[in-house]
Structures are given as C-alpha cells and as structure tokens.
Design a protein around this ligand. Structure first.
Ligand SMILES: [Zn+2]
Length: 262
C-alpha cells in the first residue's frame, strides 16, 4: 500500500455539503447546482454527477454517467440513484442531457432508462461511439453484459461546451484516451472541478487491459490533466483511499502519486 497516508484529508479545504449517507449512494453537493453521487454498494458501479437546473426548458438537469441499471451483485443501482437524487429534490424525468465519459456499461447502461423516463439527449465522443459499436460491442457480448443501446444526439469534441442559458456552466472537454479510446474528462474552470471518469482516481489510475486500452496514451492523458488547476477531482469510482480528491495541494499530490504507476 505504497500510497497510504500521503494524501491527507484536509477538512479546512473541503467545505462541500455532504447531505446524507445511504447504503448505496452518498450525495455530496460541491456548488449550489452541482451534486456528486458516490456509489457505496458492494458490486461495481460508477459515481454519477448532476448539474442541476442548468438547461432551459422543462428538463433542466444534466447528468454525467448514470451508471449501471443492475450490477453483478444484483444491486438495483439505477433505482438507488433515483432515490438519492430525489433526496436532493431532483427527478430523473427532469434530465435533459446525459454526458458519458466513456461507453463501459458501468457508466452508461442506465442511459436507456433515463431516456425512457425523460426523453433526454445523449452525448459522448465520436471515438467512443465508434468503439462502442465495433470492438466494444464484441467485448460486452463476450462478457455476457447487455450492450447499452442508445443514439447520441451530438458528439463531444475537445474544447468548450456551454450548458444552459447565459453560459451558466462553461465546461472544457478533454479527450483523454488510454482506459478507453474515446474517454473524455470534463473540467469546470469557474469552480475548478475536474470529472475524470476512469482516467484517474484517488491514488490510482484506470485499467488499460481492455481492448483499445493503452498505458502510453493514458500517461499522456494524465499528464495533460495534471496541468489544470483543480480544487475537486471527481473520479468515476472510489478507491480504498477515498472518492473525491479535495483541495489543490491534495490534487497535485494525487497526480504526483499516480504518475508512479505510469
Ligand atoms: Zn470504464
């Protein structure tokens, strides 16, 4: 456990609101309109993020990676996510856009249920959509996992992405291949929040042993992300060290630590 103890929790830096802990999701509010749902179950599932009340119209929420419907332990991940969101006053039916960091089923299997309940649009990168429809499809079938079925409305490209009216949320999209060929990370400069999907975690990095995974590409991606000024690094999964890396110094230390794997 090389990294144990070198990334201390700093309660002075972390001023986010932890609303409630349930058996399956911990809901953490990082800004007025940004919530993280940290998976707490036994089996595999991703963490989910929600930009609340950003889009114009009747479906104002934007969700990042709604996760599994049901995982390998039979845990009803999506039902629990709905409950956790409702605990904060948000309905799945009010989601207008789904952003997928990548196409692995533990991040996007629930897309189809979100669309069913809300008619939400979906976006991910073109590279990842190509992977999903070719090698990815074969891989998931071989693993006995139902291939997530959805049709993206548009593709995420590197550069800025404005959500909502009056540029309420201005994101920077980074293409960060390595774990998956079309992985993206979302950076929110105004709040110095970085959503990393499965590229980098608390004290760890994404695995590269899936088809189209590449350690050298992952290294380049992580090098690129480590240049950003980040106060909250929100990974796609928690590790034994924690979930969200909080505070600029701890984020820098985390990048230094994970680079030892590369
Ligand atoms: Zn993944």
């Amino acid at each position: 456990m090389v990294f144990a103890g070198i990334l201390p929790y700093n309660s002075d830096i972390f001023k986010a609101m932890v609303y409630r802990s349930s058996r399956y999701y911990e809901s953490i509010q990082l800004t007025e309109d940004f919530y993280c749902y940290i998976w707490q179950g036994k089996g595999n599932n991703c963490n989910t993020c929600l930009f609340a009340n950003v889009l114009r119209g009747e479906r104002p929420h934007v969700i990042v990676d709604p996760g599994h419907i049901t995982n390998e332990f039979g845990e009803a991940c999506f039902d629990y996510l709905i409950k956790a969101m409702e605990g904060n006053g948000f309905k799945v039916g009010d989601i207008g856009l789904i952003i997928n960091t990548h196409s692995h089923p533990d991040h996007c299997q629930a897309n189809e249920l979100v669309v069913k309940k809300s008619g939400a649009w979906i976006t991910l990168s073109e590279e990842e959509d190509e992977f999903r429809n070719t090698l990815g499809e074969k891989l998931y079938s071989m693993l006995g996992v139902k291939v997530p079925q959805f049709t993206p409305l548009f593709y995420l490209k590197e550069g800025s992405l404005s959500l909502g009216t009056k540029n309420k949320v201005e994101l920077e999209i980074f293409h960060t291949p390595g774990h998956s060929p079309g992985s993206v990370c979302l950076y929110w400069p105004n709040n110095k929040i970085l959503i990393t999907g499965d590229v980098v975690f608390y004290g760890s990095i994404g695995r590269t042993d899936f088809p189209s995974g590449s350690l050298s590409l992952l290294k380049k991606s992580i090098d690129k992300l480590s240049q950003l000024e980040v106060e909250h690094l929100v990974p796609g999964h928690s590790t034994e060290y924690g979930s969200i890396v909080k505070g600029k110094l701890n984020v820098e230390r985390n990048f230094q630590a994970v680079k030892l794997f590369l």
